[in-house]
Write a protein that binds this ligand. Structure first.
Ligand code: DAH
Length: 338
């Protein structure tokens, strides 16, 4: 049909809007757009009729044609069929099974710390905390490391000011607790520690430790051994053996290092234990009298033991992780494995 009169435009309007009303999808909409509004669309073609029209009709026809095109364009821009498509498809089928949710998981360090703390709390220790920014006094001096003591060199310290440091171990919490409480004292102190070491697969500038301290009358080295054995048997395996080697720490005398039988090869020798059958897990000893004196605890009446272990070390061993940096990169492909 030729659209060259104002009346014929009314017919065109009816046709266009009835087609418009039938649009239910984006494909329908695109077809409609091409047919009516595109470069070669019906509503654009109307101007062609103008040239063959008598002068006086041009004005009214032109105005009506433009008005119709604008009306259709405006309605089209509102895209009401999109709501219609939604109404036709509720998008929700209550009979379908649910979507599986990606569950989060604990960080391997949080997991190990949780297990260590749970076991030690069951054994009668309570949990204590101290600050990450420590004074020289608590981090060194009160732990029997006076200025220029050679043991200070072992711990590559981050100094914050002349007299404050990022704590290099959790041992200062021992001092804070002994200053604040009277024996009997049975505490553990999990927390973050810092050392200015070159970052590598084996060491990082920040890591975590759990400290332990038991002070009472008649606490002996046998109590230390029994406690560490019971702890190891629960954490690793109920038949785990431990080995106690002499060592040195300024804040304990005697001092020891404790190895557990390799849980992977059961002492036969493997990659994890470097074919020794043993894994070093912690340092420990009987609290040095100078430490008690710094805290005003009667060294005639009380004795005590202390121990400290690295959480990362245990996590790397337990999960067979070969690079400590993986623990801090927060790559979910790594973290999802735990
Ligand atoms: N503070 C020591 C370190 O970071 C670990 C340690 C050893 C803690 C012996 C203790 C202990 O409480 O008795 O290397």
């Amino acid at each position: 049909m030729e659209y060259n009169t104002v009346e014929s435009l009314e017919t065109l309007r009816g046709e266009a809007f009835s087609e418009f009303g039938a649009i239910v999808s984006d494909t329908d909409a695109e077809n409609f757009r091409l047919k009516y509004l595109g470069k070669k669309g019906v509503l654009r073609d109307l101007v062609k009729s103008l040239s063959s029209m008598p002068e006086e009709e041009r004005k009214t026809f032109g105005a009506a044609a433009n008005a119709l095109r604008r009306e259709v364009e405006e309605r089209f821009a509102e895209a009401p069929w999109q709501n219609k498509a939604e109404a036709a498809d509720p998008g929700f089928d209550p009979t379908l099974p649910g979507y599986p949710f990606q569950a989060g998981s604990l960080h391997p360090l949080a997991k190990i710390r949780g297990e260590l703390v749970e076991i030690l709390v069951d054994m009668g220790f309570s949990v204590a905390y101290g600050p990450d920014v420590e004074s020289d006094y608590y981090n060194f001096q009160a732990l029997n490391m006076p200025p220029l003591h050679p043991a200070r060199d072992m711990q590559d310290t981050f100094y914050i000011g002349e007299k404050s440091v990022l704590r290099t171990h959790t041992s200062p919490v021992q001092i804070r607790v002994m200053e604040a409480q009277k024996p009997p004292i049975r505490i553990i102190a999990p927390g973050r520690v810092y050392r200015n070491e070159a970052i590598s697969a084996r060491s990082y500038c920040m890591f975590h430790q759990v400290e332990g301290l038991y002070v009472d009358e008649n606490v002996s080295f046998a109590d230390l051994k029994g406690t560490l054995l019971a702890f190891s048997r629960r954490f690793f395996d109920k038949n785990t053996k431990i080995k106690i080697r002499p060592s040195f720490f300024p804040f304990t005398e005697p001092s020891v290092e404790v190895d557990v039988e390799c849980f992977l090869c059961k002492g036969k020798g493997c990659n994890i234990c470097k074919h020794s059958g043993w894994l070093e897990i912690l340092g420990a000893g009987m609290v040095h009298p100078n430490v008690f004196k710094a805290c005003g605890i009667d060294t005639e009446k009380y004795t005590g033991f202390a121990f400290g272990m690295g959480i990362e070390r245990i996590a790397l061993l337990k999960y067979g992780i070969d690079d400590i940096r993986l623990l801090y990169e927060n790559d979910v492909r790594f973290l999802r494995q735990f």
